[in-house]
Design a protein around this ligand. Structure first.
Ligand SMILES: [Mg+2]
Length: 273
């Protein structure tokens, strides 16, 4: 898929994510839109997947450690053909729905790991990468973390093991949007750069624009050439990216658009195409 098609696909996923929240009257649009471009590049360009065989042992693995951003994950799985028939209405966060507010590997086809309790992704991804090596597999494990959740200590326990065990088939993205649920990262823990910390732990680290498809692709390809280290791609992202009134407004960490706001969002995301 070329860059233009990837950008178009990302907008489709964004529309689906916002629609899901609007129809379900609950959810986290801002964090979902922040990682839309990373998720698009992974699911439509980088990852070795077969939607007809979600349990295929040689598939690349994916963990959305910031599980509350799952609307964009569900949209990607749907567009990629994991759900038959294609889902029209997700019933996001509704009792008994396949599409819970935090993803569950037990209820949703294509979800490799349950998440939502923040901080666990890197440690679990490290375990998956270790298991792959033990089984002689060459799959990659991709993980997306929020910059807020890096305050969880277990992230660094995982980072320590990944470096110590030289897990070069682990590629972690950090969605550096500068915000967490209620405040900015700066207000919460002060100024810090996750890239410096991952480097200090012995990781192979990149810093890129998280909305630049070609930069995301290039970073993944560069990471794959570096052996003996896990990889961290720190992505500068805008929370709510793509919808003007959501961009950079942390009120949209969790929130539901009004009818009017929904119409505006769809228009801005190219819903008239
Ligand atoms: Mg954040």
């Amino acid at each position: 898929m070329d860059t233009v098609m990837l950008q178009k696909t990302a907008q489709t996923l964004r529309r689906e994510a916002v629609r899901m929240v609007y129809e379900g009257k609950d959810g986290h649009p801002g964090p979902a839109l922040s990682i839309a471009d990373i998720v698009t590049v992974l699911f439509f360009q980088e990852m070795r997947l077969d939607p007809a065989r979600p349990d295929w042992e040689d598939r690349d693995r994916f963990i959305i450690s910031k599980g509350h951003a799952c609307p964009i994950y569900y949209a990607a799985l749907n567009e990629r053909g994991y759900f038959q028939p294609k889902v029209e209405h997700f019933a996001l966060r509704q009792l008994g729905s396949t599409f819970q507010g935090h993803p569950s590997m037990h209820s949703t086809v294509g979800v490799d790991m349950t998440s939502g309790s923040l901080g666990n992704g890197i440690a679990i991804a490290s375990g998956m990468a270790l298991a792959g090596r033990a089984q002689g597999k060459d799959y990659y494990v991709y993980c997306i973390c929020g910059d807020g959740e890096l305050q969880e200590g277990v992230c660094w326990e995982g980072a320590n093991v990944a470096a110590g065990r030289q897990l070069d088939h682990l590629i972690t993205f950090v969605d550096r949007n500068g915000w967490q649920s209620y405040k900015s990262i700066d207000e919460t823990v002060g100024r810090n750069n996750p890239a410096d910390r991952f480097r200090a732990f012995g990781w192979d680290v990149y810093e890129i624009d998280g909305h630049d498809m070609e930069a995301i692709h290039a970073a993944v390809e560069a990471a794959k050439t570096v052996k003996g280290k896990p990889h961290c791609i720190v992505c500068d992202c805008v929370k709510g990216k793509g919808v003007s009134f959501m961009e950079g407004d942390n009120a949209w960490h969790k929130g539901v658009p009004t009818d009017e706001q929904y119409a505006t969002a769809m228009k801005e995301l190219g819903g008239d195409d």
